[in-house]
Design a protein around this ligand. Structure first.
Ligand code: BTN
Length: 321
């Protein structure tokens, strides 16, 4: 670990308190000049560090940018690798690259402060400017492609629980894996897998989660009515380090399930509603009936027949009744 990284860890551990240059240098076994240099570099990265009238350094008690150091302080799960990048094409792509070249070979988290080509479902792009939370969790689930829907519903449950803990807000889940606040989408999830071709087993799952917190760029016109920002009920900004860590902790617990959680069913906005089913270029109307324990959705088609939908096939949109 570099001096900069260890100094940031020390500042995050003592957020809002003054640490003298001397004490920091002694703790990190380096010179005071090295501490000064680290503080300068961190300020350049957006950390608010006051020089506290030459008494020492103090990290502002306000929100800090996402960093592996702050993220790990909030993470209860031990021994998992956490990597933070300033900008990536896509955290899901980076996770796949790192698995392929052997940089990562176990569970881990890849985070970016912004994404140039955030990947959404059905080949769409995910708007990912600075100010959001974009992370991919690499898992080694003992599951097959047939049971993979449970992973996606587990991710939605984990986001729901983490947002409830950290933001004190209950989101609505839209089958299969979008989360909404007051009819605006605030979170999207894209789960991708690396499979063993012969057995059909999932060797690695990459669970990509994107949350809209505070956009630092104008929202494209076509998204303005559709997406929203997640805040607490007072409208205050959310700490991305705390929220991200809570999501990872909940996700590692939720993926142990073999059936969809009660939370996922209870807070799902789809069952009981009329929906549009978008199937490739075609769309049709139906009524959503219920969610099976394997995560599939049971619908009643216009001709009265029941059909079970697996998420890869369709995307559903509630209609205004
Ligand atoms: C969707 O709503 O269509 C799914 C969006 C998933 C976006 C997240 S952001 C982090 C991870 N990296 C990506 O490229 N995509 C996912």
């Amino acid at each position: 670990m570099t001096v900069k990284s260890r100094f940031l860890e020390l500042l995050e551990q003592n957020k809002g308190e003054v640490i003298s240059g001397e004490a920091a240098a002694e703790k990190l076994q380096c010179t005071r000049a090295a501490i000064w240099k680290a503080a300068k570099a961190l300020r350049g990265e957006g950390y608010e560090i006051d020089a506290a009238q030459n008494r020492g350094y103090r990290l502002s008690p306000g929100l800090s940018p996402i960093s592996a150091e702050a993220f790990k302080l909030h993470l209860k799960t031990q021994g998992i690798s956490v990597k933070v990048f300033d900008e990536l094409d896509s955290t899901n792509r980076q996770a796949r690259r790192e698995l392929m070249d052997g940089t990562i070979d176990s569970e881990g988290v890849v985070i970016a402060r912004s994404q140039k080509e955030g990947r959404g479902r059905r080949g769409r792009t995910f708007f990912s400017p600075e100010g959001g939370l974009y992370l991919s969790v690499i898992l080694r689930p003992e599951t097959t492609m047939q049971q993979s829907l449970i992973l996606t519903t587990a991710a939605a449950t984990a986001v729901f629980l983490a947002v409830r803990d950290v933001c004190k807000v209950d989101l609505s889940i839209k089958w299969v894996n979008d989360l909404y606040l007051d009819s605006r989408k605030v979170c999207g999830i894209l789960t991708e897998a690396i499979t063993n071709f012969e057995t059909g087993d999932i060797e690695y799952a990459i669970v990509g989660i994107g949350l809209n917190l505070k956009f630092q760029e104008p929202v494209p016109v076509e998204l303005q009515e559709k997406i929203g920002e997640l805040t607490n009920p007072e409208g205050e900004q959310i700490d991305p380090n705390r929220l991200g860590a809570a999501i990872v902790d909940h996700l590692l617990e939720e993926v142990q399930r073999t059936e969809v959680s009660e939370i996922y069913r209870e807070h799902n906005m789809i069952p009981g509603h009329r929906i549009h089913i978008l199937d490739g270029e075609r769309s049709r109307d139906a009524k959503a009936l219920s969610i099976n324990s394997d995560g599939t959705l049971v619908v009643e088609e216009a001709d009265g027949t029941e059909k079970t939908l697996f998420y890869g096939e369709v995307s559903v949109v509630p209609t205004k009744e």
